[in-house]
Design a protein around this ligand. Structure first.
Ligand code: ADP
Ligand code: MG
Length: 294
């Protein structure tokens, strides 16, 4: 199935919640929901979800990472054993469990994750043409902060998307306030970005009118590499202020950390990679403030 038609197929459904969703009443502060998305693999989505999530938690936010990639790299990178994934994002999206049930704590205070398993790769086929299948995640997140004590609600949800523009990514986009796009500083960086932006536009006009682009983060930047510098110049020219000032450098500590089941901020707080993700978190918060005051 090609990607653009998928959003079109989904656009015939209404923006209403699925009818069997009964939300308890009471004052609820919804979390800010950001999808970390790019249909290219290996560009730094999972690394960004893990480390931005850790940095946000470090500055006091209560963060839930939703692993929406069947590969489960965010779950593994945060040290979640496969045996602790009895309830996963698959169970949530198939409608068999509330999102809270799939949540496990990580070693980082205030950072939790809803893990994924390979089952997720079959979801698209299993859901078939079920009405409202694009809103499974949105509805699950809508119930997340209901009936919880004031200090147990989440202030941020970061969704780690799979490397494709499939139903999982569409669910993420339909559920999000904004998209955060990691872009690797390599020759083909801009290729694919227009397709991603087009999908965001389609989702905005059909499934989620509030969706915006939070920002583009340049990853694996190598200042000694002329090509890296050229890519940065091109992307900044093409996307202007949508590109965060902070760039994530290519840093071996960042790539080592997941094999220890740790975010780089825990593995080596002093390395340039950790420093960059802390700066990115500050910039994300800054943009959030600006969005709120406008
Ligand atoms: P994606 O989720 O987009 O597929 P990942 O975050 O898994 O991408 O990153 C792909 C690979 O690149 C991983 O092995 C990761 O450890 C490594 N990587 C990501 N960011 C950096 C970086 N800034 N410096 C060095 N290696 C990185
Ligand atoms: Mg990934």
């Amino acid at each position: 199935m090609s990607d653009a038609p998928l959003v079109e197929q989904l656009s015939d459904v209404t923006l209403e919640s699925t009818p069997d969703q009964k939300l308890p009443t009471g004052p609820v502060r919804p979390p800010r929901v950001l999808a970390v998305a790019n249909q290219k693999g290996g560009v730094g989505k999972t690394t960004t979800a893990i480390n931005l999530g850790t940095a946000l938690a470090a500055i006091g936010e209560r963060v839930l990472i939703v692993d929406l990639d069947p590969q489960g790299n965010a779950s593994t990178g945060l040290g979640i054993d496969r045996r602790n994934r009895n309830c996963s994002t698959y169970d949530v999206l198939i409608g068999e469990a509330p999102l809270r049930e799939a949540v496990v704590p990580t070693a980082v205070p205030r950072l939790h994750i809803a893990s994924s398993t390979m089952d997720l790769s079959g979801l698209e086929l299993e859901l078939g043409t079920t009405a409202g299948r694009a809103f499974r995640l949105r509805d699950a997140i809508a119930a997340l902060n209901h009936n919880v004590s004031p200090d147990a609600d989440y202030t941020y949800v970061l969704i780690d998307c799979p490397p494709s523009l499939n139903l999982l990514t569409v669910n993420a986009m339909a559920a999000s306030d904004a998209i955060l796009v990691p872009l690797q500083c390599e020759f083909f960086a801009l290729e694919g970005l227009s397709q991603l932006l087009q999908t965001v536009e389609q989702v905005r006009s059909t499934l989620n009118p509030n969706l915006s682009i939070h920002g583009i983060v340049l990853t694996m930047f190598d200042s000694r590499n002329n090509l890296s510098n050229q890519v940065v110049a091109d992307v900044r020219q093409f996307m202007g202020s949508k590109v965060y000032n902070t760039m994530i450098p290519r840093n071996v500590r960042i790539s080592e950390a997941p094999s220890y089941g740790k975010p780089v901020l825990v593995y080596d707080l002093k390395c340039v990679g950790s420093d960059a993700y802390l700066k990115l978190a500050t910039e994300v918060i800054q943009r959030e403030r600006e969005l709120r005051t406008h």
